[in-house]
Design a protein around this ligand. Structure first.
Ligand code: TK8
Length: 343
C-alpha cells in the first residue's frame, strides 16, 4: 500500500510541474484532456508580471490598471500578480524569463530587447522621432507591428508599446552643452551595443549596466552620468546624486508589454480578448500618465538641479556627432526597416 501512495504522490507532483507554461493554470476542468472548449467549469489562471519601475512611475500604475481591468473582466478567473521595481531582476532577466516561461509577462525597454531580436535596434537611431505624435504614428502603425510580429521568433507575444519617454543626459561633473563636454566621462547606458556606440561617437566612455545597479553606481561615482527620461530621473531619485540634467531628448524609449507565447496561445479565446482589450485601455491610461509625469517631474527638479535646455545649434552638434549611428543600425536591421521608420 505504502509504495502505491508514494507513486501516486510523485505522479501528482510531476503533473503540477507541467501545468501552464509561463502562467499557471488552476481549477482543472472536468475533462482535463480537453483545451477547455467543452469545459463546464471556468478555468483559472495566474499571471506573474515583472517590471523595473518604482511605484510612482506610470509603468507601475499602468500595470495596476491592467490588473484591475483583467480581474474585473474575467470575474477573478485571471489573477494578475505584479512584481515591480526590479523584484524579479532587470530587463534582460525579465525577457529571458518570459521567453522560457518562468515569468508570464514583463515590460522591458526596447533597447535591451534588441539583444534578443535585433530588429528592435531600429528604435535606437538617435533623434528618430521629433515628438510623441510621430512616435505613436509609427509604433501604433504598420512599422511598429512588424517589430512586434518578429518577437514570435522568441516565443514572445508583444502586446503594444508603452511610454518610457525621451531620454535626457545627467551627470555630476559639468553643465554639458556640447559633445566635447563629455570627453572621457563614464556614462552608463542600457545593455545595448548601439547606445554604447552612440556615446562613443560623442567622445564619452560608455559602460552598460542594469537599471537596478545604477543609483548605487552614481552615488559611489563608479559612473559620472547616465541618461533617462525626466520621469525616471525623478522617480528613481537619480536627481539626488546628479547635479546637471541636459535636455538632449536624444532617443525615445518605449516599453513593450510582453507575454509568454506558449501561455498566451493556451488561453481560451475569451481570455485572449480580455488581455488584449485590457492592454489597449491600460496603454492609453499609462501613456497619458507618463506624459503628465514627464512635465511635472521636470518642474519638480528645477529647484534641486541645473536643467540645461540646449539652443538649436547646440542640439544640432549632438545630432551631427551621432549621424554614423544610422549606418551602423542599417547594417544590422537592413535598409527597408530603417526606411519604414525614418520616412
Ligand atoms: C527599467 C528600465 C529603464 C530604462 C533603463 O526596467 O534601463 O535606463 O530606461 O526604464 O527599462
Amino acid at each position: 500500500m505504502k509504495k502505491k501512495s508514494v507513486l501516486l504522490l510523485v505522479i501528482v507532483l510531476c503533473l503540477s510541474l507541467f501545468a501552464g507554461c509561463g502562467g499557471t493554470e488552476e481549477g482543472a476542468s472536468e475533462n482535463t484532456g480537453s483545451n477547455g472548449a467543452t469545459n463546464t467549469t471556468m478555468e483559472t489562471y495566474t499571471i506573474q508580471v515583472a517590471h523595473g519601475g518604482a511605484e510612482t512611475t506610470a509603468l507601475h500604475q499602468g500595470w495596476l490598471k491592467f490588473e484591475e481591468l483583467v480581474e474585473e473582466a474575467s470575474q477573478g478567473n485571471i489573477d494578475v500578480q505584479i512584481y515591480g521595481n526590479q523584484q524579479l531582476g532587470g530587463d534582460r532577466e525579465a525577457i529571458e524569463g518570459v521567453q522560457l516561461g518562468n515569468i508570464t509577462m514583463a515590460c522591458p525597454s526596447t533597447a535591451p530587447l534588441a539583444a534578443f531580436n535585433d530588429a528592435f535596434y531600429v528604435l535606437d537611431i538617435p533623434f528618430l522621432f521629433a515628438d510623441r505624435d510621430s512616435v505613436y504614428e509609427k509604433l501604433d502603425g504598420e512599422a511598429g507591428q512588424v517589430l512586434l510580429e518578429r518577437l514570435k521568433e522568441n516565443n514572445i507575444v508583444g502586446l503594444g508599446y508603452w511610454e518610457n519617454g525621451f531620454r535626457n543626459l545627467t551627470n555630476d561633473e559639468v553643465p554639458v552643452r556640447e559633445p566635447s563636454d563629455l570627453e572621457g566621462m563614464v556614462i552608463r547606458t542600457m545593455e545595448n551595443e548601439i547606445h554604447l556606440a552612440a556615446f562613443r561617437e560623442l567622445g564619452a566612455n560608455p559602460t552598460p549596466m542594469a537599471f537596478g545597479e545604477l543609483y548605487t553606481a552614481l552615488q559611489q561615482g563608479t559612473v559620472d552620468g547616465q541618461e533617462n527620461p525626466y520621469e525616471l530621473i525623478y522617480a528613481t531619485r537619480f536627481y539626488e546624486v546628479q547635479n546637471y540634467i541636459t535636455e538632449t531628448q536624444h532617443i525615445y524609449s518605449a516599453y513593450v508589454p510582453i507575454i509568454n507565447k506558449d501561455f498566451f496561445e493556451s488561453l481560451p479565446m475569451e481570455y485572449k480578448e480580455i488581455i488584449r482589450d485590457s492592454m489597449e485601455d491600460a496603454t492609453t491610461y499609462m501613456r497619458e500618465l507618463a506624459a503628465d509625469n514627464d512635465a511635472e517631474f521636470k518642474n519638480n527638479m528645477q529647484e534641486t538641479n541645473e536643467i540645461i535646455e540646449l539652443t538649436d545649434d547646440e542640439l544640432q552638434a549632438f545630432r551631427d556627432a551621432m549621424i554614423p549611428i544610422v549606418g551602423m543600425v542599417e547594417e544590422i536591421v537592413g535598409e527597408e526597416l530603417v526606411n519604414a521608420f525614418i520616412n
